[in-house]
Write a protein that binds this ligand. Sequence first.
Ligand SMILES: [Zn+2]
Length: 272
Amino acid sequence: MPELPEVEITKRGIEPFLVGQTIEKIVLRNLKLRWPIPKKLRTILPSLKIRSIERRAKYILIDCSAGWLIIHLGMSGSLRLLSSLNEAPTKHDHYDLYTTNNTIIRYRDPRKFGALIWTTGNPYDHRLIKHLGPEPLSEEFNREFLYQKLRSKSSKIKLQIMNNQVVTGVGNIYANESLFHAGISPIRQANKVTRPKLELLIVAIKATLERAICAGGSSLQDFYLTDGSTGYFQQQYMVYGRAGKPCHKCKTTIKSVILGQRSSFYCPKCQK
Ligand SMILES: [Zn+2]
């Protein structure tokens, strides 16, 4: 599933090709994503100028002067730059956005949980976005903020850092890895994590996400100019997906447990 780093990489990948350009048309092949794609985009978008591209949580926000496109990649979506005007779409290629300088951005999504939404209001006030917690890479996401958020929460720490109202975009992989780096067990009660440990957790979340963005960013050109089948980079994980294997730090066997229907992985010795 595309997580925050992949969405940020996608945003940075399409930005230089779209910002400042004028939309020529949008070709919609399949309107049935998570919500129906509005057909009126076929008439609204032509001749609009793209002013900027932003990201909030896992939403890509494209400022089209007269309104905003809000894109979500869902479970399996990807946006890529087409290298040729004649590349035939497959059945999973649901829409193409053309600019007047011959750039084509194609959206592929085999599982169709993604979204393409149009809003003429402030996208940050959109109902899907308005109530989200702070961005993990922002200064607003700091130790005191997290301490105040969690002081009355007796559920498990991993569920809290994956809660979009606490902090946005910390998906399963990054939650597992960050808790390992901070030495905190995923099953620890959230309000029992000390301030110094929360500080370590904040640093670990930011560092884990930034590392992933850097690693993905270095392969952007390859990603966007090839067939784009998945493109998301695979990194080496400390605990994620490693149940039954020895901890990279202490050789203790990595354990797994299901929390909130998601697999959680941790080292019982390094994480308390
Ligand atoms: Zn260990």
